[in-house]
Design a binder for this molecule. Structure first.
Ligand code: HAM
Length: 411
């Protein structure tokens, strides 16, 4: 028997209905902020991510699902920000639309070691606003993330924010880390010893206690920020305060992707255990230019849907289908039933019937399991009289209705 690939999931119908509801809430919320949907492909040139996320990042080093084809290497996208920036440049969106607000919902792929809340195929609900460096946009994006979480019924989450500053500021931070940690290398975990060489910023958010202790003495704050970046970050904080959004400034928040500059944020939820980031994002003001476009400030975030579902305090309910269930007993009734189903469906009434050769009792049980609001019963008796028996499942009451009146009665 074949089994699904490790780190992937079958979303069975019951759960898929909840996903649909979550997507519906997302689309509605995004449209309240005037975001429009974009659907980039799931495969891209691998080099797009090497360039955007950075050669030394964990994703590029270890987690890409690569597809070799002749001389080219494609990959299943590990995230969507780089794809969307590519699409923005390739489709000249800056010329036709100027500032754009885009959202996306779809699967991402990372070759990770699977565990609770960490999958190899997982779903992002995310957005990107490209073409502005206004700090008010950072506030809008964080408030949108906050609003989405509330609409998803997520409680007990913390919004952590930080500013990495511009490229020069980031370099300053890296230099001071290299200087400060040079003599403490033996205290760092093996991974951070490697990070010290290739990506020292990541040492700041290492969860290892020894590494945390080594960096705690370095007095990391906002001293690496230039006046512009400090001013930008202050405006972001003032805006969040004005909207009464709860946040905490965490100078150790750096994020794992190289494209970030300026404001970064991560949202943690306490019930998620070790994989507690339910979503994250930030500014990436250099990426459009780096990928061949014109200079354009940009910011976005993404939520992991599987983690959103794990963290829900109040489970989102799928929308009730208001199903009508038709039970036909005997061959002549079957044909009559098919005609009635066709009429109901043509008129927008969701309905189903018994295909499993069940008894009346068994079919009624099935109708009940499907949460049907009405059951229509047709047997030889009903055909003879030109009626249909209609049973209201909530009250249990039943009556006979003329066949020609059934649509009006059901509606
Ligand atoms: P990220 O932090 O890599 O950011 O992913 C965003 C969210 O996706 C995480 O906070 C987490 O909830 C979820 N996630 C990540 N990896 C997995 C996994 N293996 N299994 C389950 N869930 C996962 C990005 O991808 C950026 N593109 C976000 C962004 C958009 N920044 C700017 N714009």
């Amino acid at each position: 028997m074949f089994k699904k690939v490790s780190g992937t999931r079958d979303i069975l119908p019951e759960e898929a209905a909840i996903w649909q509801r979550l997507e519906e809430i997302s689309r509605k919320t995004f449209s309240q902020y005037n975001f429009q949907e974009i659907r980039p492909p799931l495969i891209e040139e691998a080099a797009l991510f090497n360039r955007s996320l950075g050669e030394s990042t964990e994703i590029v080093q270890k987690q890409m699902f690569l597809i070799k084809n002749k001389d080219e290497t494609y990959c299943l996208r590990p995230e969507a920000t780089a794809s969307i920036v590519r699409a923005y440049i390739e489709n000249n969106l800056h010329k036709t639309n100027g500032f754009v607000k885009l959202y996306y919902i779809g699967p991402m792929f990372r070759l990770e070691r699977p565990q609770k809340g960490r999958l190899r195929q997982f779903q992002h609900i995310g957005c990107e606003a490209i073409g502005s460096s206004d700090p008010a946009l950072d506030v809008e994006i964080i408030s949108l993330a906050d609003n989405l979480l509330r609409n998803f019924s997520i409680a007990d989450y913390r919004i952590k924010i930080n500013s990495l500053g511009c490229s020069a500021d980031k370099k300053k931070l890296v230099d001071s880390l290299r200087k400060g940690l040079k003599t403490k290398l033996e205290k760092l975990c093996p991974e951070c010893v490697n990070r010290f060489k290739v990506n020292p910023l990541r040492i700041l958010d290492c969860k290892n206690d020894a590494c945390k202790e080594a960096i705690s003495g370095l007095g990391i704050s906002d001293s690496h920020l230039c006046a512009d970046c400090k001013g930008h970050f202050n405006k972001v904080k003032t805006g969040l305060d004005a909207l009464k959004i709860n946040y905490e400034v965490n100078p150790f928040l750096v994020r794992g992707l190289d494209y970030y500059t300026g404001t970064v944020f991560e949202i943690a939820q306490k019930d998620l255990g070790s994989q507690d980031a339910i979503g994250a994002g930030g500014r990436y003001n250099n990426l459009v230019k780096e990928l061949g476009g014109e200079e354009a400030g940009a910011i976005g975030f993404a939520f992991g849907v599987e983690r959103v579902l794990l963290a829900q305090s109040e489970k989102i309910k799928p929308q009730d289908k208001n199903l009508v269930y038709l039970i036909s007993l005997g061959e002549p009734a079957k044909l009559e039933g098919l005609k009635i189903l066709a009429t109901l469906r043509k008129n927008g009434v969701p309905c189903d019937t018994n295909y499993e050769d069940k008894s009346l009792k068994g079919s009624l049980r099935k109708a009940n399991d499907l949460n049907s609001r009405l059951v229509l019963i047709i047997g030889d008796n009903e055909i003879e009289k030109g009626v249909i028996t209609l049973k209201d499942m909530a009250s249990g009451k039943q009556k006979e209705v003329k066949t020609k009146d059934i649509l009006r009665e059901v509606k």
